[in-house]
Design a protein around this ligand. Structure first.
Ligand code: CDM
Ligand code: ATP
Length: 311
């Protein structure tokens, strides 16, 4: 007898770096008004989703031990929220293969949440529009809409309102993953405290950065990278100063804390330079491990989905 066993819907979702992260004042709702330029990077997570009798989450990879597998996991929240919206029980088994550092400032949980929405949209044949998915994504977290879209985009509001940016060529990055993570709310709080005590310089506009992206010239882009959260991340983890210096000494064009940190992202002149910077940085003892990545890449997307028959 032939029984059809569904194979998983597999979705890949990218990490991100904020090329520009200008943080405005704290809003009454507890979020800060942002102007940010996101770029999606090839360092990614992969999610496999199969139908099951109840909702469950498994996590594999180096950082798996520190990721919750219950309702605290953003993929759990994403499955429940989407299920509620379309009137379905989210009875699925979700396996996360983690490539993105946890609590690393690279939108790892957001990538997984976006991947869940894409996977269930496909598995349940929902055919939800971009706008509908965006609405659910924004409810899950400020970075989740960008994890859906990928590419290069300007984010405003709390980061959830996106406009695509024209970007030529691939940019080559080296990522220095830290020992331990930083919690995003703590980093925003630290910035508020630093600002209350003094006035750390605030980032300016994005006009020159947009030109550099259009030209696709890494050397033009490098001096324009900026992150208002960097001072706060460094204040909470002072050893990041050494990491940032080491990347530039190793030959990167520029280094920046990624989002709320503590991952440091180094822009390199080309793919060969990235390999050489990563080798030197690995030996410098200034981080847990090093990864090479490129961007921009697409947002969360299905990479395999098919059914096979077994007799
Ligand atoms: C640092 C960034 O990664 C830059 O893209 C994001 O702003 C963080 O986005 P996220 O992790 O999706 O954050 P959310 O889950 O939406 O919010 C977590 C917490 O971060 C702080 N938060 C986040 C976004 C924002 N624009 N202002 C904030 O102050 C708030 O304390 C909030 O409660
Ligand atoms: N799917 C998930 N992957 C990783 N962490 C998750 C996930 N779901 C929930 N978490 C929890 O969320 C916390 C933040 O994790 P995450 O990796 O998303 O941080 P981040 O990449 O710094 O976020 P962002 O860059 O969006 O601010 C973790 O410490 C973990 O406890």
């Amino acid at each position: 007898m032939l029984s059809v066993v569904p194979t998983p819907v597999v979705v890949r979702a990218p990490s991100k770096v904020n090329l520009h992260l200008a943080v405005g004042d704290l809003r009454p709702d507890g979020f800060h008004e942002l102007t940010t330029v996101f770029q999606a990077l090839s360092l990614s997570d992969e999610l496999s989703v199969i139908p099951a009798t109840s909702l469950s989450v498994r996590v594999r990879g180096d950082d798996a031990k520190v990721v919750p597998t219950d309702s605290r996991n953003l993929v759990w929240k994403a499955a429940v929220l989407l299920g509620r919206r379309v009137g379905r029980e989210p009875s699925v088994e979700i396996t996360i293969d983690k490539g993105i550092p946890v609590a690393g400032g690279m939108a790892g949980g957001s990538a997984d949440a976006a991947a869940t929405l894409v996977a269930l949209n496909a598995m349940w044949h929902l055919e939800l529009s971009r706008d509908e998915l965006d609405e659910v994504a924004a409810e899950l977290g400020s970075d989740v809409p960008f994890s859906l879209h990928g590419g290069t985009a300007v984010g405003t509001g709390r980061g959830e309102k996106l406009l695509p940016v024209l970007s030529r060529n691939s940019f080559h990055w080296v990522l220095a993953l830290a020992k331990g993570g930083l919690q995003t709310p703590a980093v925003y709080n630290e910035l508020d405290e630093l600002r209350a005590k003094g006035s750390p310089p605030r980032l300016g506009g994005t006009e020159d950065l947009m030109h550099a992206l259009t030209s696709g010239d890494a050397r033009a882009l490098a001096p324009l990278l900026g992150n208002d959260l960097q001072a706060a991340a460094v204040s909470l983890m002072p050893q990041l100063r050494r990491t940032l210096r080491a990347g530039v000494t190793a030959g990167a064009l520029a280094g920046i804390v990624s989002g709320s940190g503590p991952t440091c992202a180094f822009l390199c002149a080309d793919a060969d330079a990235a390999v050489s910077v990563s080798a030197e940085l690995s030996g410098a003892g200034v981080c847990r491990t090093v990864r090479v990545a490129s961007g921009p890449v697409p947002g969360a997307r299905v990479v395999t989905s098919e059914s096979i028959g077994f007799s």
